[in-house]
Design a protein around this ligand. Structure first.
Ligand SMILES: [Zn+2]
Length: 456
């Protein structure tokens, strides 16, 4: 006789009935279907269980992850296998567990939830209910939507501290005083006057009249499903399918930022975080503050002033550097002109061995180019810059002839392994970078320029 196994529907899953059952939950595999990629290749399996303590995504709360423990008989011994559930998705009224291996229907599995993650999600989620409720009650401000932060995805594997904030989109921006007041009130409802949280199940659509069901997804069939309402003391009641805490006390604390961002006209995003996340964020932020304090050699409160001052100083230094670069470039180009005028083979070079930046070489080129265009028919000029600090360099070769440029780049290229550049095929300017120079290479180039280049 075959037994048709049924599974609990989303709305009445064990995780929704008791959000604090986080392990040692035994159930049966009802079905296991292969997931196919575009080419028809199997890329994992979707498992439906008789019931589950792993919450599928919904209500703004991301899916749980966890594992399934299976006890298998191998000859005479028992082998314990652990199958990772990467996430759980919702398909209509069904919860689909995503795993990497096939588990036969009928197999008994023991579920464990990633409890730290779930507790974090519940603190953010329940915190959002409370914050939205107080905003509505106190200021008549509606929560249009909300988004949970701190979720690592394939696209975003590393999170910035600010990514840990959740936000609620409000119908208007709050003032700084309102944020202070709200923070005080919500924290008071967490610590001083904690409120009980009760979840009520309603089994028929008729009961839904008094409850706002607009946020229930379209593909959730309410006539077959279950409407869940979350009550926070007598402060708030809201339809929601997520997992929640039992008391606002378990939220721990809430951090709300006064700086908001404007969205969709006059709407505003209010950033907040709850629970353990607040102290984790404080630790992260403190590490950054501490590192910056050491780098800047000042106290935390002095940092903004010091950075502003250093920015201004840097601007002044840059201006001064530009001034000296121009001055030096002018003087170098005068020397190069003299050399060209007084030499028979019309060759000249410039070499800077300490701070030879490309910017300096380009400035020299700008200065000398006017002279070259006006009255110099034949010429070969090499501008070579070496930056000792980084062991890198720059090179500009100028000539009226593309052939001369190409033979000079070949010659210098034979001495400099990491020379790359281009231009000047029909004469004019060739420009290149040397990404790394050894002492021997530098000596060879210096030798070539000071002896061979001039005298031949
Ligand atoms: Zn909820």
């Amino acid at each position: 006789m075959s037994v048709v196994m049924k599974s609990a529907i989303v709305g009445a899953l064990a995780c929704q009935r008791n959000s604090f059952t986080l392990d040692r939950f035994n159930t049966l595999v009802v079905s296991c279907e292969a997931k196919k990629d575009k080419r028809g290749k199997t890329e994992g399996y979707e498992i439906e269980l008789q019931d589950t303590i792993l919450f599928p995504e919904g209500g703004g709360q991301p899916s749980d992850s966890g594992s399934l423990k299976i006890v298998e008989r191998n000859n005479d011994s028992l082998v314990i296998k652990k199958v990772v559930v990467s996430h759980v998705s919702r398909s209509g009224l069904h919860a689909k567990h995503h795993v990497n291996e096939l588990i036969e229907p009928g197999t008994t599995v023991e579920i464990t939830v990633d409890a730290v993650k779930r507790m974090d999600y519940m603190q953010q989620h329940t915190g959002q209910h409370l914050l939205s409720a107080i905003l509505k009650r106190k200021y008549e401000v509606d929560t249009v939507s909300w988004s949970m932060g701190g979720i690592i995805t394939e696209k975003r594997a590393v999170l910035e501290p600010s990514d840990y904030f959740n936000y609620i989109e409000l119908s208007r921006k709050l003032t700084e005083d309102e944020v202070t007041e709200i923070s005080g009130e919500v924290n008071e409802l967490i610590i001083t006057f904690p409120q009980k949280i009760k979840v009520v199940e309603r089994f028929s659509e008729d009961d839904a009249d008094t409850i706002n069901t607009s946020k229930i997804p379209d593909d959730y069939d309410l006539s077959k499903g279950i409407l869940r309402t979350i009550h926070i003391g007598d402060i708030d009641s809201n339809a929601c399918c997520g997992t929640h805490l039992k008391s606002t006390f378990q939220i721990g604390s809430i951090l709300i930022l006064s700086n908001q961002s404007a969205v969709r006209g006059s709407n505003s995003r209010l950033y907040f975080m709850c629970g353990k996340r607040v102290s984790d964020y404080a630790k992260l932020a403190n590490k950054i503050l501490l590192d910056s304090k050491i780098l800047l050699s000042c106290s935390e409160t002095q940092m903004p002033d010091k950075i502003t001052r250093q920015g201004k100083q840097l601007q002044q230094s840059n201006k001064r550097e530009q001034y000296w670069v121009k001055k030096l470039a002018h003087s170098v180009s005068e020397d190069l002109k003299n050399t060209l005028e007084n030499s028979e083979n019309k060759r000249a070079y410039f070499m800077e061995e300490e701070c030879g930046t490309l910017e300096l070489l380009q400035q020299i080129y700008k200065e000398i180019n006017i002279f070259l265009k006006e009255g110099c028919e034949v010429y070969e000029i090499i501008l070579c810059g070496y930056e000792r600090q980084t062991s890198t360099g720059s090179l500009i070769i100028l000539s009226e002839s593309g052939d001369k440029i190409s033979s000079l780049t070949a010659k210098l290229g034979s001495m400099l392994q990491n020379l790359k550049g281009g231009g000047g095929k029909k004469g004019g300017k060739w420009q290149g970078k040397i990404t790394s120079i050894s002492n021997a290479e530098f000596a060879a180039v210096t030798d070539y320029l000071s002896h061979d280049f001039i005298s031949h």
